[in-house]
Design a protein around this ligand. Structure first.
Ligand code: ADP
Ligand code: MG
Length: 265
């Protein structure tokens, strides 16, 4: 059965995320960390990164929210396939355009959120990029090993750094190589390129059906059979370590989310 756990500000209680073992959550909430996943190129793994981060944090006991600002709604689609028995990820529809609800209503996050992950659409123009990243504590850019993607991400990063320089917060940006096949020339080229950027190149994720399988079941690879996903789980550790070194935001949940998406067309 589909389980679209969309969070609504009206609800009195936010179902707490429970670690897999059912252990009690710590009484004191951890500071909110706002993670935005973006790349103006489509198909590079933004939703994969966002949903796997959500799965990771939820199954490790964090109060986790996933804000989908892409009109395609892929992250919410993932959430709709998530089994209700799994650790809770609160979904927030930043892509809904209902005249009955205001955007601020849609975009407020549950007040006890500790990790907010924001999935974004491709083709963001610089003003939109600035809006989406203004309040982010970490900005993750997945890049595929392909000539076209290397070219496209150069432009995306240039726009982002322009925005970042204006706000003096470029240190919060990291790049991730995605769908890599080690020992290929194009991966070697991507590595050289990413290392040359002067931005942390935190990890490389394999091209594997584990991500496809996990995604279809509303899970992250950290929730798959440990033996099957062992290599991938290892790939993620450097990213998690980097994220957890970010200075988290002061708790200000009502302003935690980036602004709403622009109307289509
Ligand atoms: N590391 C990976 N290994 C295998 N398939 C992947 C991987 N990352 C992404 N994919 C697949 O590539 C496609 C595009 O990924 P997606 O995360 O939707 O990109 P985006 O959100 O940037 O458009 C999806 O079908 C996804 O399952
Ligand atoms: Mg997507």
């Amino acid at each position: 059965m589909l389980n679209l756990n969309l969070w609504r500000p009206k609800s009195a209680t936010h179902p707490a995320a429970r670690p897999e073992g059912g252990a009690q959550l710590p009484a004191v909430l951890r500071p909110l960390l706002r993670i935005v996943v973006l790349n103006t190129k489509g198909g590079c793994g933004k939703t994969t990164l966002a949903t796997n981060l959500a799965g990771y944090y939820a199954c490790h006991g964090y109060h986790t929210a996933l804000l989908d600002t892409d009109p395609q709604g892929s992250s919410l689609h993932w959430l709709a396939h998530r089994n209700a028995q799994r650790a809770t990820v609160a979904g927030i529809a930043g892509n809904e355009r209902s005249s009955r609800v205001t955007r601020s209503f849609q975009l407020r996050v549950p007040p006890d959120t500790e990790r907010l992950i924001v999935d974004t659409a491709a083709a963001l123009d610089p003003p939109r990029l600035q809006e989406l990243t203004r309040n982010a504590d970490a900005i993750l850019i997945p890049v595929l090993p392909s000539e076209i993607d290397i070219h496209a991400v150069s432009r995306c990063i240039a726009d982002l750094l322009l925005v970042g320089r204006m706000e003096r917060r470029t240190e919060r940006v990291a790049v991730i190589a995605n769908r890599v096949k080690k020992n290929t020339l194009i991966y070697a080229k991507l590595q050289r390129f990413l290392h040359s950027l002067g931005i942390p190149f935190v990890t490389s994720l394999r091209d594997t059906q584990n991500y496809v399988r996990a995604s279809a079941a509303g899970m992250g690879i950290h929730e798959l059979d440990a033996r099957a996903a062992r290599d991938d789980v290892r790939d993620w550790q450097a990213l998690i370590d980097w994220l957890e070194q970010r200075p988290a935001a002061e708790r200000a949940p009502s302003s935690a989310a980036p602004p709403p998406p622009q109307p289509a067309g």
